[in-house]
Design a protein around this ligand. Structure first.
Ligand code: IPD
Ligand code: CA
Ligand code: CA
Ligand code: CA
Length: 258
């Protein structure tokens, strides 16, 4: 089934590249939350193609879905994950499509057309980057762990979000090898699947940021939960992904401050 995602993502990737190496208009959703004409264009391109490939699934795209809650099944689409990177021409940008059924990640594709890296995963069949099977890292301690995280775009709106960001860093930085903020959650998860990062965590992500990356991590042998260590649901506010071996240590160190 993921076979049908690949050509759709490839074609959408041509659009992304056209923008990345060309010119485009950018607008503000919020003070630090950008949207470009290519975010909208790529989503408009993807919607009918995905409807054709998955006629029975409901599709939720970042630029068109107006609701705040999400059902347990659906296709979650991020036309450009890493819009700030896209605007600054930093080549960590992905097009992400994740298929979930009954609260479980079943298929995912994330494509970075700038690096020409196509990540594909299917429940039970493994995760792959450009055809090579992915496996999470083998690190067993936080001391040897390279972690990734992200910061919410609307930092000023919620002291709780900022508290989570600052406190998790205060706890983790002295314990880990280092921490990266790379700017595209879907690809951060792919890099956990690849074993580049040993773990990833963030607050306030949306299903389109993580739907595809979660199946990638799980199929590469890793683990994904909330900050409390419970099963991740699309409506949860926090996510921790790891190689599994350091998961408990991460859950213990990443506090959640109300
Ligand atoms: C963002 C990226 C970023 C994460 C933000 C997301 P967008 O998605 O995934 O890494 O930190 O919270 O909103 O808006 O660039 O698609
Ligand atoms: Ca966005
Ligand atoms: Ca995103
Ligand atoms: Ca986006």
């Amino acid at each position: 089934m993921i076979m049908q995602l690949e050509p759709i993502l490839k074609e959408a990737g041509e659009l992304l590249k056209e923008g990345f190496y060309g010119a485009f208009k950018t607008q503000y959703k919020d003070k630090a939350d950008l949207v470009t004409e290519y975010d909208v264009l790529i989503e408009k391109f993807l919607m009918p193609k995905l409807k054709g490939a998955y006629p029975n699934d409901e599709i939720f795209g970042e630029e068109s879905y107006k609701g705040n809650t999400f059902p347990k099944s659906g296709i979650f689409v991020d036309p450009i994950d890493g819009t700030t990177n896209f605007v600054h021409r930093l080549p960590h940008v992905g097009i992400s499509v994740g298929v979930w059924r009954d609260g479980k990640a079943v298929e995912g594709g994330v494509y970075n057309p700038i690096l020409d890296e196509m990540y594909l995963a299917q429940k039970g069949s493994g995760a792959f980057c450009n055809g090579t099977r992915l496996h999470v890292s083998q690190s067993t301690t936080l001391q040897e762990a390279l972690l990734a995280t992200g910061f919410p775009y609307t930092k000023n709106s919620s002291p709780m979000d900022l508290g989570f960001v600052l406190n998790s860093m205060t706890n983790l930085l002295p314990l880990v090898r280092d921490l990266r903020r790379y700017g595209a959650a879907s690809l951060d998860l792919c890099l956990v699947a690849k074993g580049t990062f040993d773990g990833f965590y963030e607050i306030n992500l949306k299903p389109w940021d993580v739907a595809a990356g979660i199946v990638m991590v799980e199929e590469a042998g890793g683990k994904v939960t909330t900050h409390e260590g419970g099963a991740y649901d699309m409506n949860d506010r926090t996510i921790i992904a790891s190689n599994g071996a350091i998961h408990e240590a991460l859950v213990n160190e990443i506090g959640f401050y109300e």
